[in-house]
Ligand binder design. Structure first.
Ligand SMILES: Cc1cc2nc3c(=O)[nH]c(=O)nc-3n(C[C@H](O)[C@H](O)[C@H](O)COP(=O)(O)OP(=O)(O)OC[C@H]3O[C@@H](n4cnc5c(N)ncnc54)[C@H](O)[C@@H]3O)c2cc1C
Length: 480
């Protein structure tokens, strides 16, 4: 029986674990005690209701992605929507509503009481338990890679675990930012290790910020889903002035809010016209009222937060990386599906589709021969000592709006060899690709290059410390 190691127990990792166990693989899954998947509010976008079409969904995805999406990846992902829906139904998920979200031309976001992630994750957890998947709550700190082949995973205790196939499903890297409503443990450590060992990453500079973060009186960061704006809530400043189309794509709305703040305004969400707020958004209603805000009477103060890592391990439409025996799925991967900006609720669809597809990919491959596998050692990491400083630097210098001066600061910071190599490698990758892309496109906004420049209408690639956008003429060397 072939063995599979999966790093990550979110939507992508659990879907792959179910699908692979059902195909007879021996699966071991490493995870920490949280994920972004359980925080999913609105839901999962599926172009399967009457009046909708694959074509409309694909056009929305590419318009929002500013046309650097990989068209194969867009069609391959969307055309597996019915399969994703069937899979969720089979494991017991029952959707209640189909909502409209920003950037979509049709209501197509399948939702359960605006806490969709909790319900889907519960169904997936029950299924992996029923199938007897081995779940290990332990941090993976690296991959065992030699001569372009991956033999397994190194855990935080320094133990090596060998597998014929290894899957990165460890989510994105928004945990590298000071403000996020995502799981702070998603620091992209495995992606950084992969980059350091010859893995190709892509689109690292595209980090999506969400316009409506809410900071509680105790400093906890929460998210107010786009579905609230989809239901009619308006964005206003302290003078009651609207300043943006609330249903414009996320990058447009986030930047408009950020600029209001830079001009000294406070920004609020006015949801007082949503009479059934409590019934439609029970979890948001509950944390707001616990914090003394009644959305039916009060304006809700909001601010942008880091939300989604568009970039990741570069994969093809079958989720293979350039390293033999190694695959990446979910937010940890970049197939080119999202382009320069992710359409709301497209990521949960991608998680399910990639989790199902990678199982089919593995079934066509032999995997690596473990007779050549040798244990590898890696220094264990205590994240507390450096992570807060990294989060400040990422927020200040590689944040919602960037310029070359700030990016040079970030590059200099990440060149420090005292940082763990995983974080260093990823930080250099994000900063150098953000430096190289001298334009503003989607989730990447350069104060010093505020327009789209069609010479950069390409996905960026990062390999061995060098970022390439047009592989023939431009490059920025990250490491000296
Ligand atoms: C507040 C919020 C709301 C959102 N709402 C929506 C929505 O409505 N619709 C939508 O499509 N998307 C939404 N998203 C985005 C969506 O949540 C993610 O893109 C998606 O859940 C990613 O799933 P994943 O399985 O790839 O990663 P995750 O769910 O983040 O899971 C990553 C897993 O990897 C584990 N892990 C990480 N590092 C390590 C390590 N070193 N060792 C071992 N384990 C590790 C974690 O413990 C976790 O189990 C939202 C995100 C947030 C933060």
């Amino acid at each position: 029986m072939k063995s599979v190691g999966i790093i990550g127990g979110g939507l992508a990792g659990l879907t792959a674990a179910v699908s692979l166990s059902e195909r007879g693989y021996k699966v071991k899954l490493f995870h920490l005690n949280g994920s972004n998947s359980e925080r999913i509010q609105a839901g999962i976008s599926l172009p399967i209701t009457s009046g909708d079409s694959l074509h409309l969904h694909a056009m929305d995805t590419m318009r929002v992605g500013l046309y650097i999406n990989d068209e194969d990846a867009v069609w391959a992902t969307l055309s597996k929507s019915t399969e994703a829906y069937d899979f969720l139904k089979r494991i017991g998920v029952r959707f209640e509503l189909v909502e409209l979200e920003a950037g979509h031309s049709r209501p197509r976001v399948f939702s359960i009481r605006n806490e969709t992630g909790l319900h889907v994750m519960n169904a997936l957890r029950e299924k992996v338990e029923e199938l007897g998947v081995e779940m290990l709550e332990r941090m993976a700190i690296g991959l065992i890679i030699e001569e372009g082949k991956c033999y397994g995973i190194i855990d935080e205790k320094g133990e090596s675990h060998f597998f014929n196939h290894t899957i990165i499903a460890s989510g994105g890297y928004t945990g590298l930012y000071k403000r996020t409503a995502g799981y702070p443990g998603n620091t992209g450590m495995i992606l950084g290790d992969y980059i350091g060992k010859g893995g190709i990453a892509s689109n690292l500079e595209f980090v999506q910020f969400h316009p409506t973060g809410y900071i509680t009186s105790k400093g906890k960061i929460m998210l107010i889903s786009e579905a609230v704006r989809g239901s009619g809530a308006k964005l206003v400043n302290e003078e009651g002035e609207r300043f943006v189309n609330e249903l414009a794509p996320r990058d447009v709305v986030s930047l408009a809010v950020y600029r209001q703040e830079r001009e000294g305004h406070s920004v609020f969400l006015d949801a007082r016209n949503i009479n059934d707020f409590e019934a439609r958004f029970p979890s948001i209603y509950s944390y707001l009222t616990n914090d003394g805000i009644d959305p039916l009477k009060d304006l809700i103060p909001i601010t942008p937060i880091a939300h989604y890592s568009i970039g990741g391990a570069m994969v093809d439409v079958y989720y293979s990386t350039n390293i033999k025996g190694l695959y990446a799925i979910g937010e940890a991967a970049d197939s080119g599906f999202h382009g320069a900006n992710r359409l709301a609720s497209n990521s949960s669809l991608e998680c399910i589709v990639s989790g199902l597809e990678v199982a089919r990919t593995l079934s066509r491959k032999e995997g690596v021969d473990l007779s050549n596998a040798r244990p590898e050692s890696l220094k264990t990491i205590s994240s507390s000592s450096f992570i807060e400083r990294v989060r400040e630097v990422m927020w200040d210098s590689v944040g919602l709006e960037r310029d070359s001066k700030e990016l040079i600061n970030a590059l200099n910071f990440f060149r420090n060899k005292e940082l763990p190599q995983q974080i260093r490698g990823l930080g250099l990758g994000i900063s150098s690709c953000a430096m190289l892309r001298q334009e503003s496109r989607g989730a990447h906004f350069r104060r010093d290059y505020p327009y789209i420049d069609e010479r950069y209408r390409h996905r960026s690639l990062y390999k061995d410390g060098i970022c390439y956008i047009d592989p023939f003429s431009y490059y920025v060397k990250a490491q000296e």
